[in-house]
Design a protein around this ligand. Structure first.
Ligand code: GYE
Length: 345
């Protein structure tokens, strides 16, 4: 057994050791701090690290078309492969109420930026005011909204749908001839969507200037192949041989219509001309096969533009109110064949 004195000596020794060691440690920490203070660059670097990635909450509409799938892929590819970003993705399955819920979740999670592809134009005031109150900038992707207070969103990244509609009509009149009596059926996109409203308006602007051209039927095909086919079947049933042209607000509906026309016993691309918007590779194949005629391009590859806008916002740079994409029109098999190898969607 050790004596009380021996125990006391051991205790004192251990305590002194602990004290010496902790003193050494604190010197080390101090010197590290001094180093950091004297080195601005390394301090900035450590700040950047600690601030973390830019968190973007993206509320997507759904997966109704080839165009939308390409858009989703572009955004995921861009943001998920770059450590500067963290993506929170939500699919609304075509319902505005799901988008509003997703936005409220993003606000609760205090994301840095909200990206919204709005299914319809109206009904966004309340939730966007909540985002504004939480100081979260909102970037609209691909479709527009209608709000009285324009400060409810920071920027719109996307196409000029009115121009797309006008180009569709102009190229059609060029192809068919301005003096030829022409009956058109129109397959509209989702009711209330800016992409549908504006493509309808732009097309009508030009068509209504020509007495020979008439839109005899116009109905929604909800931007999907199956609905496009179904509506075209009904058009054929009621107007059959009177139809000269299908103007579809997107390629998927046009592809559905092509099927309906073939099943009806007519030749799409010849008996009935096909004009559509987007430019997915399936419609290029159809034009090359002579089953469709005019493709009005609408670019879905918006990931890089969203990433750039997000970085600019983080650096407190001004960003453009409307970030536009360059787009073109393809008419006929030759043009489609030449372009197809370079198509990215
Ligand atoms: O043209 C269509 C899609 O909003 C621009 O939505 C987009 C449209 C696109 O489903 O295919």
């Amino acid at each position: 057994m050790k004596s009380v004195k021996q125990v006391f000596v051991i205790l004192v020794t251990v305590l002194s050791l602990v004290l010496i060691l902790s003193a050494c440690n604190s010197e080390n920490t101090n010197s590290t701090n001094e180093n950091n203070e004297s080195d601005n660059n390394s301090e900035e670097a450590s700040n950047e690290d600690s601030s973390g990635p830019i968190v973007i909450g993206f509320s997507q509409i759904g997966a109704e078309s080839g165009w939308r799938t390409a858009e989703t892929e572009s955004i995921k590819d861009t943001l998920e492969n770059d450590p500067q970003f963290e993506l929170k993705f939500s699919d609304a399955q075509q319902k505005q109420e799901n988008q509003i819920k997703a936005l409220r979740n993003f606000i609760a999670q205090q994301v840095d930026i909200i990206a919204l592809a709005p299914v319809v134009e109206s009904g966004w005031e309340t939730v966007l005011t909540e985002a504004k109150d939480a100081d979260i900038p909102v970037i609209l992707l691909d479709r527009r909204i209608e709000v009285e207070d324009e400060s409810l969103y920071t920027s719109f990244i996307g196409s000029d749908f009115i121009l797309e509609g006008e180009n569709a009509a102009k190229e059609l009149i060029n192809l068919v001839g301005e003096d030829v009596e022409t009956n058109i059926v129109e397959l509209q996109g989702t009711v209330g969507a800016s992409a549908a409203n504006d493509r309808m308006e732009g097309f009508a602007n030009i068509i209504n200037e020509n007495d020979k051209y008439n839109i005899i039927k116009s109905q929604t095909g909800e931007f999907t192949r199956s609905k496009g086919k179904e509506v075209m079947e009904a058009f054929l049933k009621s107007d059959g041989e009177n139809i000269d042209v299908v103007y579809a607000h997107n390629d998927d509906m046009a592809l559905g219509a092509i099927q309906a026309i073939e099943e009806y016993g007519l030749n799409p691309g010849e008996d009935i001309k096909i004009v559509s918007v987007d430019g997915i590779s399936d419609i290029f194949e159809a034009v090359i096969a002579g089953k469709a005629n005019i493709i009005v391009e609408c670019n879905p590859l918006l990931g890089p533009q969203l990433a750039q806008a997000a970085k600019d916002l983080k650096e407190e740079k001004e960003i453009e109110r409307w970030i536009k994409t360059e787009e073109t029109v393809f008419v006929g098999a030759e043009a489609a064949e030449e372009a197809l190898p370079d198509r990215k969607y």
